[in-house]
Design a protein around this ligand. Sequence first.
Ligand code: SAH
Ligand code: SF4
Length: 424
Amino acid sequence: MNVYDGELVTGLLLSDGFGITQEAEDADVILINTCSVRDHAEQRALGRLRSLGALKRKQPHLVLGVLGCMAERMQETILKTAPDVDLIAGPDSYRQLPEIIRKHLNGSFGKFSIVPGDAGEDFTDIMPSRGNGINAYMAIMRGCNNYCSYCIVPHVRGRERSRHPDDIIIEIERSVEEGFPEVTLLGQNVNSYKWSDLGFHELLDRVSRVSGLKRIRFLTSHPRDLSEELIERMVMGGNICPSLHLPVQAGSDRILKLMKRRYTRSEYVSKIHKLREAVPDIAITTDLLCGFPGETENDFQQTLDLIGEVRFDDAFTFKYSPRPGTAAAAMEDDVPEAEKVERLERMIALCRKYSDNSRKEMIGREVEVLMESVSPKNASEWTGRTGCGRVTLVPGAYKQGQLVRLKVEKVLGFSLWGNPVLTV
Ligand code: SAH
Ligand code: SF4
């Protein structure tokens, strides 16, 4: 979502006459987009701001701005840590950026400004600037209503609002014209997309009919809201990729309840069974969170047990970090840091075993790969991705965006390797 927001702000500024520099030293304006999901991300952004502060002291005309979720929630900390910052703009305020930056540039503003957000903003009429590539990220909604107890997103990104389907289709058609063969539809909970009577699976139907669009991905799906209709759409296949990111977070019902995830482990597992029955080739990935307040070794064992039961194709693993203002922040953060780290390592090792297995199981199978670029490691090979999202190396020279059918012959690290059988 932050990549997309960065492209949105770039689009907004380019259409207002700004240009892009390659080096920070050449810029008149530097904007840092930030994430608040975990403390670690915030600390890194603050570190970056401190070093850009040093640049600004050398080049006082530079306008330094902070965008995104941190800008929404920690204005005072930013100013204390990085007093050289000129403007702070949260995720709903970008429309005003060109005007405010110009005021800073021509000195008609005081030292510093906080740009007020517009609740309900969806930026639907603004075209992001994506450069070129294979995959175009595309927000179909913003905000979140779920209030999972550990999560800061609803607090900093506001209530859930969906974009008009016509605007989404126009943006996708334009990205296809610009040369992007693939789109990833983005939302914190895409399954709750709603515009009048149109739900997410109906939006997918419309998107799948966009001429020239070769692949559609979407994230994130919430396990509670994943519908039968969506599973049916995935069965139909076509340009809808057989891959699904379905964050489970934990394997213990007690912890899932404390997290306010509103599904049980067995409900989650039965959805996985349905998905795999319906779409046998599907790749299922997840997010896992360990060290939540009150998580005992027994609770954690249930997460490991669930990983073994589902055998995820890949997983993003995190250790809990309390986020001020969330419901969980009021609970005692009682799993010691060393224990959190140890649990994280155990989780990573187990997930790695299943993701390695899942790649090995591809050997001997035919897959279709969408070509991206010459392999950075070997100029005689190209790299691309399968419909399931697996990175694949192929000997020979291809065109960016070309679909190549190949037989997987081996696994090289995190990549598959295969020879073409038929070029489509
Ligand atoms: N809307 C998506 C993603 C939310 S943020 C979803 O519902 O899954 C991405 C991931 O960050 C979450 O799935 C969760 O695993 C992790 N995360 C969120 N808050 C966190 C916190 N306080 N500490 C550690 N990880 C967190
Ligand atoms: Fe956060 Fe839960 Fe919303 Fe995902 S669904 S963004 S984890 S509150």
